[in-house]
Design a protein around this ligand. Sequence first.
Ligand code: AVJ
Length: 323
Amino acid sequence: PFPGLSVDRHLHESDRAVTLARDVLAGLTASPRELPPKWFYDTTGGMLFDKITRLAEYYPTRRERAILVSYADEIAAACPADTLVELGSGTSDKTRLLLDALRAAGNLRRFIPFDVDEAALVRAGRGILTTYPGLSVAAVVGDFERHLHQLPRGGHRLLAFLGGTVGNLRPAQRQNLLRTLREQAESSDALLLGTDLVKDVDRLVAAYDDGAGVTAAFNRNVLTVINRELGGDFDIRGFAHVAVWNAENSWIEMRLRSVREQRVSIATLAVTVDFQPGEEILTEISAKFTLDGIASELALAGWAVARQWTDPDGDFAVTLATP
Ligand code: AVJ
């Protein structure tokens, strides 16, 4: 669609509809009810998340950015990659910090953004190309739980999975993802993993329950997506946003709590779901880590930690690991 930009599709619009239908049917008929967080991110959800990253309470994006501002050069020195692969891309601001450092180190040739959202990939790809002429951008449209083995090989790749998104997966799913990446990594590849760290519970909860109600709108947006794409009749005001710290599992849970007894129909799925007052849907887990915990999860998946960086307050970590 643009010189220097190629798009490799492993996920199509029709897959999206089928996968959403499957996830919603399974999740809303399960006990406890659950919806996967990936369905937050339609155009509105993407904009709301963007707004979240600028909230006073939501520190992770700023902290990770500060780490990259301070240490991108060290990262590039420790891993002089010619290819940056960005998993769950879209956020080109932090990408550019890495691209700049890799370019300054002298080897950068290729950028491979990987995301479910084709439009966002093309937009980001074009933006990157205008600032990095000569770079080859090979976008991959895929789901990081299904299409990681389709990533282009070759060269010296830095596989970046930033933002703390790995925390949306449960431990077993995290192991799967880390092992899938490890299986395809060549000895000259490296992994760069961004993770939020355990801290004061009040700060953690505030980050997921901001005063302006942006996170509440983001959480409820999944119901709007279901209404639009599956013919649902969720009354958005009938569900309250809840953020709680699950100490046993070391993760934040976002839930939607039915404020009254209500029946919801989802036409495309031909199902109705009854909610009791106070009944909840788990919509997201966001795991918080310790530096040692990250290292042992990586080790279990066959990765060796080369370096770990945190921001001065120790809020967030970026870990560089090698096969
Ligand atoms: C984009 C997955 C890293 O878990 O902190 C922000 C998503 N959810 N506020 C996170 C999110 C609620 C975010 N990640």
